[in-house]
Design a protein. Sequence first.
Lengths: 111, 111
Amino acid sequence: DAGITQSPRHKVTETGTPVTLRCHQTENHRYMYWYRQDPGHGLRLIHYSYGVKDTDKGEVSDGYSVSRSKTEDFLLTLESATSSQTSVYFCAIRPTNYGYTFGSGTRLTVV
Amino acid sequence: KNEVEQSPQNLTAQEGEFITINCSYSVGISALHWLQQHPGGGIVSLFMLSSGKKKHGRLIATINIQEKHSSLHITASHPRDSAVYICAVTAGGTSYGKLTFGQGTILTVHP
């Protein structure tokens, strides 16, 4: 979608390796979110940010960390990937008073 | 019990039929969102509602705040409407716009 880009789109990694997913926005929005989507669980919040260097945990934050050093970038890091973190990851931004804009998703497979 | 419940989980229709997907929630909200996700695709925001009714093309969304219930209607359904439809809410108060999602409704429209 225009204004938000996730990278990479697909990644296969080995158990125990660190992985960083990037979300980049061009629209200068304050709020950014990382969600994961899994069969049987739907979409769940991992971490969110409400400004530069302002982040907080969501409902499934264990094993994940985030950083936001610039308005436009929100990074999600898996410090030591596990098979339970195989999922599709979506970043989202929240334009004020409008619906959300989601990135195209990152399909991560941990083998 | 999930905070956001959708029904039905699966829905099959013939082209041209009128379709209704329901969403019930148990928490106080500031807004309710309807999202669409095509197979293998990204997530698109269809509607954001805090009261009343909204219409966009063949899609209509309604919300009853007192009953904590929303419906998404599709008139004159078409095979291209086949997708997963997801209801999500943002809680009232200082929630930073975090979304809580329903499990989604898988809609298949046959020609």
